[in-house]
Design a protein around this ligand. Structure first.
Ligand code: PHE
Ligand code: NA
Length: 515
């Protein structure tokens, strides 16, 4: 057992760290792709329902589970789960909550490192006077590590290593380092986001005229926010919505348990969990939909957005569109946009390092330094192949197994443990202990019945997808990029036939006649 455990400095620090954990690249890069590819307004209703009956309950479960485990000096899921379920098997299930973090951190920090590099390139004016094709080409060259011509040799690898070093250094300072980054990063992120969102809202059709005269930013917003009830019966949309809720709230990973394990026994979890969850949703649903989608739609039209959502939009196009705002403003816009992504990313990747550190400290009394550096080394070892073989789609494999499938499996199992093995009666007492809000009693039954049922359904219905993914490495999981992006950027290793569009957003009333 550890000597003296770390602890949170203040409640504000804790909430910002937890919100920082949740608010991440997923809010700005993954959410718009999911929303757009699943029919815009068709996606929002299942998404919000999943948030209320699966996301919020899982936050309650993970916060209270973490605090409970922390009482016994445990700070990572193997031993936290073990305190709740006596069977040994929970210890092994808990191992998921350490290793998936390392695997996700490996590719997540790669995206994070792009944002650092793009802040740099925005400041030095690399994108100035580039055509759209040049900006897109810059990204392609950047990720083609061995042949890159972006200026600095092996630039992508260098920024990746710098990014990991920065994460490692902050982690070595323990919770106070994480708190400090969250206290600086979250307010800046929200400020940058609000400024860009106002731009997105007010862009209209102005300025767009020479690129695509018919383009209108409001088309993007209407597409996202006009509810489409007809797709409520489409299980694919529900699965995508559930998947986004897991990833964006950081549930099913072990990071929330770990952060909550540093709470004191009487600290509130109910209000804290709801606050961090809603802060994430504000950033995702409001800021996440008011920036890239309307800005890109304002210049290039909605059809283009639907085709190119994801990295194609964020990295291959935004720097070009910012140029339309003039030399000086474009620097600010670039710094705000990529800076925002950077803060979103780092406050999340730091969270991914903590379960490993907590485990090594609890069990082997490792120092923070040793824990942090070993985490950095593990992430680097796992991540370098995704960096070098980016174009072979390895990134996508990691994201699928560690960042998508394992969250659902883990969340399902921990819910069963909480409601049926530990028992909902004791569980509900844990959630309400020290609570600063009175939770409606029906939530107890949601946690007991609705959450596990929905999770079980999500789990079972995604099994055919797992099989497809194993059989055909070309069936990509569409989490971060569209089909068009995938087809263009990743080398084919099998048959393309498996990529079929289940929901074609364009079917749903929104089509452009011109072009
Ligand atoms: N929630 C983060 C995002 O939206 C990602 C994340 C997942 C962070 C799991 C920590 C743990 O980007
Ligand atoms: Na998020």
């Amino acid at each position: 057992m550890s000597t003296k455990a770390d602890s949170w400095g203040s409640r504000v620090g804790l909430i910002l760290a937890m919100a920082g954990n949740a608010v991440g690249l997923g809010n700005f890069l993954r959410f718009p792709v999911q929303a757009v590819q699943n029919g815009g307004g068709a996606f929002i209703i299942p998404y919000l329902i999943c948030f209320l009956v699966m996301g919020i309950p899982l936050l309650f479960i993970e916060w209270s589970t973490g605090r409970y485990g922390g009482k016994f000096g445990n700070h990572s899921t193997p031993y936290i789960l073990n305190t709740m379920g006596k069977s040994r098997v929970w210890k092994y299930i808990g191992v998921f909550g350490i290793f998936t973090n390392i695997a996700v951190a490996a590719y997540y920090c790669y995206i994070e490192s792009w944002t650092m590099s793009y802040v740099y390139h925005s400041i030095v004016g690399t994108f100035k006077d580039m055509s759209q094709a040049d900006v897109a080409g810059f990204f392609n060259s950047y990720v083609d590590v061995a042949h890159s011509t972006t200026g600095i040799p092996y630039e992508a690898v260098i920024f990746y290593i710098v990014c990991l070093l920065l994460n490692t250094y902050i982690l070595s300072k323990g919770l106070s380092g994480i708190e400090k980054v969250a206290k600086i990063g979250m307010p800046l992120l929200i400020t940058f986001g609000v400024i860009l969102a106002i731009r997105g809202l007010t862009l209209g059709t102005s300025g767009a005229s020479d690129i695509f005269p018919e383009a209108n930013a409001w088309d993007g917003l209407n597409f996202l926010w006009t509810p489409q009830f007809d797709s409520l019966s489409n299980p694919k949309v529900w699965l995508a919505a559930a998947g986004q809720i897991f990833f964006t709230l950081s549930v099913g990973m072990g990071t929330i348990h770990c952060y909550a394990a540093y709470l004191k026994e009487k600290d509130d979890v109910a209000l804290n969990a709801v606050s961090a969850g809603f802060m994430n949703e504000f950033v995702e649903v409001v800021l996440g939909s008011l920036i890239v989608v309307p800005i890109a739609a304002g210049y290039l039209g909605l059809d283009w957005v639907i085709q190119n959502a994801g990295f194609g939009m964020a990295f291959q196009t935004m720097p070009y569109l910012f140029q339309q705002w003039g030399d000086v403003l474009s620097i600010f816009a670039g710094v705000f946009w990529f800076g925002l992504l950077f803060f979103a990313g780092i406050t999340s990747s730091l969270a991914m390092g903590t379960p490993w550190m907590g485990f090594m400290r609890d069990e082997f009394n490792w120092s923070k330094n040793k824990g942090a550096w070993s985490f950095g080394a593990l992430a680097l070892t796992m991540g370098l192949p995704t960096v070098i073989f980016y174009n072979q789609g390895l990134f996508d494999q990691y994201d699928y197994w560690a960042g998508t499938v394992s969250l659902v499996v883990f969340a399902f199992l921990e819910t069963i443990l909480f409601s049926y093995i530990f028992g909902i009666k004791k569980g509900w007492v844990e959630i309400n202990k020290g609570a600063d809000i009175k939770l409606p009693g029906f939530y107890k039954y949601i946690i007991l019945i609705v959450t596990p049922a929905l999770l079980g359904w999500v789990l079972v219905s995604s099994i055919p997808d797992w099989v497809d993914k194993v059989k055909d490495s070309d069936t990509h999981n569409k989490e971060w990029f569209s089909d068009a992006y995938y087809a263009e950027n990743f080398e084919s290793t099998g048959t393309k036939s498996a990529i079929v569009e289940e929901v074609t957003p364009t079917e749903i009333k929104f089509t452009f006649e011109n072009e």
